[in-house]
Design a protein around this ligand. Structure first.
Ligand code: HPA
Length: 288
């Protein structure tokens, strides 16, 4: 057969790609969220990383959280330190949706499933997103419990929540105005906030990094390393939301000097909850 017979505009094809139903699924979850929470629209999403679920209580959430795993299409949040509850809380005239945890790529979930809870919040009306996450610190000023305001990220997962020609602009992905507000949080939270913002590198995990990988990440310009945030930021920027990233340093990144205290990560995160709550209160109260 001549090769030309295989080309041509009228050539029939059996290729039948699946429909991109991510937006449709998010709409359906958002409708159920509205029905179950009794709140039609939300303004701000706060995702609480490892150990940080108590932040919700400090922001006025009651005991009666909505079990997120009963919303359609929500993957389970099954890792220790992550709570599969959502709360709807009024704060400074805005309606804030809080998630007590998240799921991760390293649990075996597809990127589009990992960002489904975030897309649900976007479909529920959120135009501002605060992403918090535990991270290992590479910079010498980042002691345990310090909070790094994220100014940019390195997505080293090799994955994206976007499929197809969706060329989302990632310049200025972490909103400079929200960064400035976080840096200006009043004391005592201010004392926990690293004076200089920095770069969050997302790796897939779940294994932690080798000392050589940490040297590589430092060379690439990373200030902290974690296993979430970057993919969520991509999905949030696709939806046009303003993003604030807060990386809570739970351990020094791997070096040859000492083994990592993996078991201690959740407790260090939990101790940072008051500072994170105060930063969120300040940012939500001061931004329009
Ligand atoms: N590396 C990757 N992810 C993390 C770390 C770390 O050291 N600490 C908390 N999350």
């Amino acid at each position: 057969m001549a090769l030309t017979m295989l080309r041509g505009p009228d050539r029939a094809t059996l290729y039948d790609p699946p429909m991109d139903d991510a937006a449709d699924r998010a709409e359906r979850s958002a409708r159920e969220l509205a029905r179950r929470s009794g709140t039609e629209r939300h303004d701000v999403l706060v995702v609480l990383g490892t150990g940080l679920a108590r932040t919700a209580e400090l922001l006025g959430a009651g005991d009666d959280g909505l079990p997120l795993d009963t919303l359609p299409f929500f993957p389970p949040f099954s890792v220790d330190g992550h709570v599969a509850l959502g709360w709807s809380v009024p704060l400074a005239g805005r309606q804030v949706l809080l998630y007590g945890g998240r799921c991760h790529l390293y649990e075996g979930h597809a990127p589009r499933d990992v960002v489904h809870p975030l897309r649900t919040a976007m479909a529920a009306g959120c135009t501002t997103v605060v992403l918090t996450a535990a991270a290992g610190g590479l910079r010498s000023d980042l002691g345990n419990g310090s909070v790094l305001v994220v100014e940019d990220h390195l997505n080293l997962t090799g994955c994206s929540p976007l499929d197809g020609p969706v060329f989302v602009d990632m310049t200025g992905a972490y909103d400079p105005g929200l960064q400035a507000l976080a840096l200006a949080a009043p004391d005592p939270a201010r004392a926990a906030v690293a004076r200089r913002p920095g770069v969050y590198a997302q790796v897939r995990g779940p294994q932690l990094e080798t000392p050589a990988e940490i040297r590589m990440l430092g060379t690439l310009g990373a200030d902290v390393v974690g296993m979430s945030m970057a993919l969520e930021t991509v999905a949030a920027r696709q939806a046009g939301a303003r993003v604030l990233g807060l990386a809570v340093v739970t351990n020094p990144a791997a070096t040859h000097e000492a083994a990592l205290d993996v078991a201690g990560i959740g407790a260090v995160g939990a101790a940072a909850a008051p500072a994170v709550a105060a930063i969120v209160r300040h940012v939500v109260g001061s931004s329009s």
